[in-house]
Write a protein of this length. Structure first.
Length: 381
């Protein structure tokens, strides 16, 4: 099993939310729980298959989201094909992409982690979609997807799932039936959530994602598609994936979490909060913006905006995009635990991480005194 250590945002100053365990320990424990147990859960394979396939169908040779294109990947039983066609009538998901592993990937400490982060996701999303790699295969026939290989090697093809494929899987995990999952996905697709989630993964990928690191790229610049932001100029721009990215320099080193979040909002077709000098609103002031509605934790959904509030100065709070549903666990009479995933600016790039906050029950405050809030953009631009 690859080492899939969770990336963590360096300005997340939450520490010791319990008296016996550090946040690092909690994250490490959660990592273990989300490893083998999840991958061996037949329900997980059911929703990854994207067609509500049951365990029997999985063992017959259709595994992973590539099974959604059944005839292109492997012969499928008629009943599975019929169900896949039925699903296609209800929801159309953008396809993922194929990617060939490079020597640079293999030189990284953890190739799975590097490839995943380069494509705007955590390895926990990437690995289950690549069961033809036998080192991460948990009993699923590898022939179902593509030619099997023992381990990652230069030139090996892996599958990069689309944001929509990952989201439908999350909806399935949250639902009692596949029909319910499709309905939930459809509801998210009607508002800003699917757009923001897709954009968040895109903008956390490749060179664009690197630009949101503290160092930036090309001497400290970040990349943005927003032509109205301070410093955006056609003279300093680059075409990436068919779209113009403006190379903006504000200061050589600064934490770009609010830049990333507002850029995602802008590129998704919604209004971010730009200040009078055409910068973005600081992370600690998001609750003051008229461009966003605050959402309760029970209504928070993947694709919403997130804030950890610790103060209004630039280095006291954090913004990101929520990339999972929030799991709320009862702890005791006074506390509950919130677990969720976010994509936000980290030290080296934009990246996805798992978050675990011990909260004061009935409030938005964690035991370290930080406020955990969720927001949704209100207006299209």
């Amino acid at each position: 099993m690859p080492n899939r250590t969770r990336p963590s945002a360096e300005n997340d100053t939450t520490t010791n939310e319990t008296t016996t365990t550090t946040v690092q320990d909690e994250e490490r424990d959660a990592q273990d729980l989300l490893g083998n147990d999840v991958l061996q859960d037949p329900n997980y394979w059911e929703f990854l298959n994207g067609s509500g396939f049951d365990q029997e169908a999985t063992t017959e040779g259709l595994s992973g989201v590539l099974g959604m294109a059944a005839e292109q990947q492997a012969p499928a039983p008629e009943r599975v094909r019929d169900r896949a066609e039925d699903v296609a009538d209800k929801v159309t998901l953008p396809a993922g992409t194929e990617y060939k592993v490079t020597a640079e990937d293999l030189n990284a400490y953890d190739a799975w982690k590097k490839i995943a982060r380069d494509h705007g996701m955590h390895p926990d999303h990437l690995v289950p979609f690549n069961q033809h790699i036998e080192t991460v295969n948990f009993g699923t026939p590898s022939e179902a997807q593509m030619t099997s290989t023992t381990e990652l090697a230069e030139g090996v093809t892996i599958y990069i799932p689309s944001a929509a494929e990952i989201l439908l899987g999350q909806c399935r995990q949250k639902s009692a039936s596949y029909d319910e999952a499709v309905a939930m996905y459809g509801e998210l697709n009607e508002g800003p959530n699917v757009k923001l989630l897709t954009t968040a993964r895109d903008r956390a990928s490749g060179k664009v994602g690197e630009g949101y690191g503290t160092q930036g790229v090309e001497g400290g610049r970040f990349l943005t598609q927003n032509p109205t932001i301070a410093g955006a100029s056609k003279r300093r721009s680059e075409e990436i994936n068919g779209k113009t990215e403006y190379k903006v320099m504000w200061i050589p080193r600064f934490w770009k979490c609010s830049v990333y979040m507002h850029d995602v909002v802008w590129s998704s077709g919604y209004k971010p909060h730009q200040t009078g000098n055409d910068h973005y609103l600081l992370a600690g002031r998001l609750q003051e913006s008229r461009e966003f509605d605050e959402i309760s934790v029970k209504d928070a959904r993947p694709g919403d905006c997130w804030q950890r509030f610790g103060g209004t100065k630039s280095d006291q709070s954090h913004n990101a995009i929520l990339t999972s549903f929030v799991e709320v666990e009862d702890v005791d009479e006074d506390h509950e635990r919130w677990k969720f995933d976010i994509i936000g600016a980290e030290n080296d790039r934009a990246g996805e991480s798992h978050r675990d906050h011990l909260m004061k029950k009935g409030t938005s405050e964690n035991t370290s005194g930080k406020l955990i809030r969720f927001f949704r953009p209100k207006n299209t631009r």
